[in-house]
Design a protein around this ligand. Structure first.
Ligand SMILES: [Zn+2]
Length: 303
């Protein structure tokens, strides 16, 4: 997850359904899917720190692609070499395509690399782990529930900076994929992109992210409200957060970033050795799986 947020001083304009109610737990099937996601977090974390270009990241790529292929999904490995302040680094975005629906595509994405700095043993349970685990669990949910739209799950490499969040030292995978999809015409097929980041926090509170496309943010928030989870969008100040959705917005694709950028007391678990699986909950992951699955269904009605 990125640095470089800018707080907005004006009042939030979103109208949130049910924002004053406490969030309810997800129904049993999504609670179970959340437990599966949490098990994936633990498995990915057991590989150790997984920064872009590392041997552990290569191992993680095999684990992710292996699981997706075991679900009989079409898996596309988008390999590229990124020029970073630490030199050339091989990276890989992984794209899983659910059985083909219509020509229109909805993308659900998140990053799977983890933050690195010298001397820091950072395993990224929430930041990197939760987004990857969420996508793996979602693949299993959606494989059993076909949708009218084509749904692609995208695991981004290289979201984290190598030195500092400046001068394009970040979002390597999403920038490269947005550029490819612009060039080959894929961008025109994409109805919406839903990006998740740091959504495993046991105290789940999504930040209203202000670069995100308004109607899409409102659709996710109203869907969450209808399901009884309206309160997870409340009590956070709206912020501008640069994340993997931004390159797609720049390419003209409607996109939303669903991020909990309030992780631990005063965000003190973010990018520290405190980011471990015990800070996460299956309930939060199950709630997000429920919200996204229903949002995909709502999106079927959008041309
Ligand atoms: Zn991060």
């Amino acid at each position: 997850m990125p640095a470089g947020e800018r707080l907005v001083t004006s009042l939030l304009v979103l109208v949130l359904t049910g924002a004053s109610c406490a969030a309810q737990p997800p129904p049993a099937n999504f609670q179970k899917a959340g437990e599966t996601a949490l098990q994936w977090v633990e498995q990915l974390v057991s590989l150790g720190p997984r920064p872009a270009g590392s041997p552990a990241q290569q191992k993680q790529q095999e684990v992710i692609a292996g699981e997706l292929r075991s679900l009989e999904l079409e898996v596309v490995e988008h390999d590229f070499v990124a020029q970073t302040p630490k030199g050339s680094v091989p990276m890989k975005n992984i794209i899983a395509k659910l059985p083909e629906g219509g020509n229109r595509v909805v993308v659900v994405s998140g990053h799977y690399d983890t933050f690195q700095r010298p001397g820091l043993h950072f395993v990224g349970a929430n930041d990197g782990g939760a987004s990857a685990a969420f996508l793996l669990a979602l693949a299993r949910v959606l494989a059993a529930r076909p949708l009218k739209d084509s749904v692609w799950l995208v695991f981004f490499d290289g979201e984290e900076s190598f030195v500092s969040w400046r001068n394009n030292d970040h979002t390597y995978g999403s920038r490269r994929l947005a550029s490819k999809w612009s060039a080959d015409g894929t961008a025109g097929r994409i109805k919406a992109l839903l990006n998740v980041d740091m959504i495993g926090d046991e105290n789940l509170r999504l930040t209203p992210e202000q670069y995100s496309t308004g109607w899409l943010t409102e659709l996710v928030a109203s869907t969450a409200g209808k399901l009884g989870y309206g309160s997870i969008f409340s009590r956070q100040r709206p912020s501008y957060i640069e994340d993997d959705h931004v390159p797609f917005l720049k390419a003209g694709i409607d996109a939303v970033d669903l991020i909990d950028f309030d992780y631990g007391p005063s965000n003190s678990y973010w990018h520290t050795e405190e980011d471990t699986p015990d800070k996460l909950s299956a309930e939060s992951l199950g709630t997000m799986l429920h919200i996204i699955t229903e949002t995909l269904r709502e999106l079927e009605a959008v041309p």
